[in-house]
Design a protein around this ligand. Structure first.
Ligand SMILES: [Fe+2]
Ligand SMILES: [Fe+2]
Length: 184
């Protein structure tokens, strides 16, 4: 398998989640209320799977290795754009989390902010994925030898293997900090 194989498989799951988010968004608008349980799950999916697991492998492994190569100008330009897209996605997700909190606190315009964030994310992901699938991933494989491709793929598997440990270690560190600040 090429190192873009796992990334393209992950794109398909992200697309499925975006389809569900689109349907949920229609319901939010129809019922004039947010489904906070769904939003919490969607935010976890975006942060843990789409951003940390997926964008993490792109940025920390594939793009890092591409950065070592003499890329054609258009490829370098797309790679910079993709990194910027990831940053934008993080900011929009943080805005959605903030809006959800304000909604829980009863702030009047929080629902429309949350809906706008959802709409932005729903529009963003398919475009970002198309850019990678159709204009970047395949041509970029030509910069790597077969051996380099296999080494990148191995590093991707290793990245995934460590991820669940990283997620829950961070969770324990966060609750420990919270506990310490409460008992001080
Ligand atoms: Fe990406
Ligand atoms: Fe991607």
């Amino acid at each position: 398998m090429m190192p873009i194989g796992p990334l393209m498989i992950e794109h398909r799951l992200i697309e499925r989640m975006i389809d569900v988010m689109r349907e949920e968004l229609n319901l939010f608008e129809k019922e004039k209320k947010l489904n906070l349980e769904f939003l919490e799950m969607a935010v976890d999916f975006i942060r843990t799977y789409a951003d940390r697991c997926h964008h993490g492998k792109e940025e920390d492994i594939l793009f890092r290795e591409l950065g070592e190569k003499k890329l054609k100008d258009d490829h370098r330009h797309i790679m910079e754009e993709l990194i910027e897209d990831h940053r934008w996605g993080r900011k929009m997700t943080a805005r959605l989390v903030e809006a959800n909190k304000r909604y829980i606190a009863g702030e009047e315009n929080a629902m429309s902010i949350a809906i706008d964030c959802m709409k932005s994310l729903i529009q963003f992901y398919p475009k970002h994925i198309e850019k990678e699938d159709k204009h970047f991933f395949i041509p970029c494989m030509e910069y790597f030898s077969e051996t380099e491709q296999q080494s990148i793929l191995r590093e991707e598997w290793e990245f995934d293997r460590n991820l669940i440990h990283e997620k829950y270690k961070n969770m324990v560190v966060a609750v420990e900090k919270e506990l310490t600040s409460r008992t001080l």
